[in-house]
Design a protein around this ligand. Structure first.
Ligand code: ZN
Ligand code: ZN
Length: 89
């Protein structure tokens, strides 16, 4: 025992999402550019799924209502960081 503070080095693996910083297996922060769309498998930010009419839209337009769009994606099932290849087709 030398009485000196001991700093354990951080593991270099699993640096987390480069966009929002979540660990592998966790859901991205909403709006992260690296999140994958659970509908089409493309980037959620910029894919065309937001334009598709929703049967339960209650008159809401996801283009004008970010909360509604998030609700749609949540219902479908968000894809956690690191699970991008397991999306169902
Ligand atoms: Zn992210
Ligand atoms: Zn999509």
């Amino acid at each position: 025992m030398l009485g000196l503070p001991y700093f354990s080095p951080k593991p270099p693996a699993s640096p987390g999402c480069p966009g929002c910083g979540v660990a592998s297996g966790s859901k991205h922060e909403w709006g992260c550019q690296n999140e994958q769309c659970p509908f089409c498998g493309d980037k959620l930010d910029g894919c065309g799924c937001i334009f598709i009419p929703r049967p339960n839209s209650r008159g809401l337009n996801p283009l004008e209502n970010e909360d509604f769009w998030q609700e749609i994606v949540d219902e479908r099932g968000r894809i956690p960081f690191g699970s991008e290849d397991t999306v169902a087709t």
